[in-house]
Design a protein around this ligand. Sequence first.
Ligand code: FMN
Length: 184
Amino acid sequence: MKMLLINGSPRDGGNTSELARRFTEAVGGKADVEEVRIFGKNIRGCSNCGACQHAVIRGHCTIDDDMSSLYPEFIAADLIVLASPIYMWQFTPCTLAFLNRLHCLCQSRDFKYNEMAGKKMAVLVTSGDEEEVADFAVNGIRDFCEFFSIDYRGDLRIPFADKGRIGSGEYDAELEKFVSEVLG
Ligand SMILES: Cc1cc2nc3c(=O)[nH]c(=O)nc-3n(C[C@H](O)[C@H](O)[C@H](O)COP(=O)(O)O)c2cc1C
């Protein structure tokens, strides 16, 4: 199984990156994991030019930025894991920009094409407060997956996140359970 782990945390070595590291360790050899840190990449939001929706060029975005190299990675992946801290009850802006730009992979008026259908998706989030602060973001991803016929495999939330505790093994049992749910 090919897994694309999109790390949308601005902090290299912060709570979310530590969680992504522990998650990848828990996956071990059960999947081929490619992690991409997207903060700092040039990923603009969708401009609603409409080219992809009118199937001018199937599955092609007219914006030429760092998403261009991520589309092939996304299409090749069986499972996409989004890892993000919660910022203002949402995923980080770069994570949201990444999600925006998946628009071109599906002609969503009459589904003449949908490059996302059949993929699996899961979410890893860290937050400063209780786990309910992630409800808005996670519910949005659930709806996203349902709409685009993606198999939503679940979310692992680390509330009151602390990198030291994440690294200490405190969440190992939860991670192990989550990995088996995600990989099915
Ligand atoms: C701009 C900003 C907004 C945040 N908003 C929230 C929030 O709405 N709810 C919450 O629980 N934590 C919030 N936090 C805290 C982070 O989610 C938390 O510290 C997270 O684990 C940071 O992950 P990182 O180390 O990968 O950056 C916010 C942090 C920042 C910098």
